[in-house]
Design a protein around this ligand. Structure first.
Ligand code: NAD
Length: 273
C-alpha cells in the first residue's frame, strides 16, 4: 500500500457521511478540498479549499481538480426518489465528475455505491464482489449506473475506481437488518483510505463492519488491506426483535427499498435467478 499523502477532493462534503469521515481523511491527505452544492461547515478551513457549486458544472472550475490525485465521491441523492431527482444527482452529476477527472488526469476515484445495487438478493444468499447487480429501486439502479461508469473510465482511460457498496453508516446499528449491513464511520474512513492507497484497477467492495450476520463475502476489501475494527454483533440481543413487518422487506437484502412499490408474490424475485 502506498504511503504517499495525496491531494484529495471530497464531494458531498456537507453531507452526513462526509462529515463523519472528514477529519480521519484530512489527517491522511497533503490537502483535502471540499465541495458541495450547499454550504459546508468547515470553521478554520482555508477558503480556497472549500467550493460551493453544482457537481454537474465541475468542468467549469478546472482549478478545483488541479493537482488532485484522487476524488472521494460522496455527493448524491441517498434514497429513493423520482427519476428526474435521481438522474440529476446520481447520473448527470456523476458523469460530469468522471469526465472532468479524466480531462485533468486525476488518478483514482473512490466512490459511494450502495447495498441497494444488489438489494434484490434474498437475505439467505451470500454474495461477493462478482455477483451480478440486482437493484431494488430506482436509487439502486443509479448506483449500478455509477459502477458501470467507473468500469468504463477505468478500462478505457485508466482512471482507477474503487466502489464501496455501503450498507448503513451510523455510530450504532439500530434495527435487525443493520446487524448484517451496518458500518461504523471509523470503518468507513478506513475503507476509503484503502481505496486511496492500495493498488487496483477497478474494484467493488462492501462497506460493512465485521458483522458475523453479514450477507456479503468481502474478501476483496480484506485482500486490499481493509480490516474493520467494529462489529454489530454486540448489539444483537437488543436488536434481533426489531425486524421488518413487511414480507418483502424481511425477505430481501434491500429491506424497505425492495418492498416499496413491490407488487405481487413476495417470493417472485427470490425465485427469479
Ligand atoms: N448514509 C448511508 O448509510 C449510505 C449508505 C449507502 C450509500 N450511501 C451513499 O453515500 C453518499 C453520501 O450519503 P449521505 O448519507 O452522506 O447523503 P447526504 O444527503 O447527507 O449527503 C449528500 C451530499 O451531496 C450533496 N449533493 C447532492 N447532489 C449534488 C450535486 N448535484 N452537486 C453537488 N452536491 C450534491 C448534497 O448537498 C449533500 O450534502 C451518497 O451517494 C449515498 O447514496 C450512503
Amino acid at each position: 500500500m502506498s504511503s504517499h499523502r495525496p491531494t484529495v477532493l471530497l464531494t458531498g462534503a456537507a453531507g452526513r457521511l462526509a462529515r463523519s469521515i472528514r477529519s480521519s481523511l484530512q489527517s491522511h491527505c497533503a490537502e483535502l478540498r471540499l465541495t458541495d452544492r450547499v454550504p459546508v461547515e468547515a470553521p478554520g478551513y482555508p477558503a480556497h479549499c472549500v467550493h460551493l457549486g453544482e457537481l454537474a458544472d465541475i468542468g467549469e472550475h478546472p482549478q478545483l481538480l488541479e493537482g488532485v490525485d484522487a476524488i472521494v465521491h460522496l455527493a448524491g441523492h441517498p434514497r429513493e426518489a423520482d427519476w428526474p431527482t435521481l438522474i440529476e444527482a446520481n447520473m448527470t452529476a456523476t458523469i460530469a465528475l468522471w469526465e472532468a477527472a479524466r480531462a485533468q488526469g486525476v488518478q483514482r476515484i473512490v466512490y459511494a455505491s450502495s447495498n441497494h445495487a444488489v438489494g434484490f438478493y434474498p437475505r439467505s444468499q451470500r454474495i461477493d464482489h462478482e455477483a451480478p447487480t440486482r437493484p431494488d429501486s430506482r436509487y439502486g439502479l443509479t448506483k449500478v449506473f455509477m459502477e458501470g461508469l467507473a468500469s468504463l473510465y477505468a478500462d478505457k482511460y485508466g482512471l482507477r475506481a474503487f466502489g464501496m457498496r455501503i450498507g448503513h453508516c451510523a455510530p450504532e446499528p439500530s434495527d435487525a437488518r443493520m446487524l448484517a449491513h451496518w458500518i461504523h464511520p471509523e470503518d468507513l474512513a478506513d475503507l476509503v483510505l484503502v481505496g486511496l492507497h492500495s493498488d487496483y484497477h477497478c474494484e467493488l467492495v462492501y462497506g460493512a463492519s465485521a458483522n458475523s450476520r453479514s450477507w456479503w463475502d468481502n474478501r476483496r476489501a480484506q485482500a486490499l488491506g481493509y480490516s474493520p475494527r467494529h462489529s454489530a454483533d454486540p448489539f444483537a440481543a437488543r436488536l434481533e426483535s426489531l425486524g421488518e413487518s413487511d414480507p418483502v422487506a424481511e425477505r430481501y437484502q434491500g429491506g424497505a427499498f425492495a418492498a416499496q412499490e413491490y407488487q405481487g408474490d413476495p417470493e417472485r424475485a427470490a425465485r427469479g435467478r
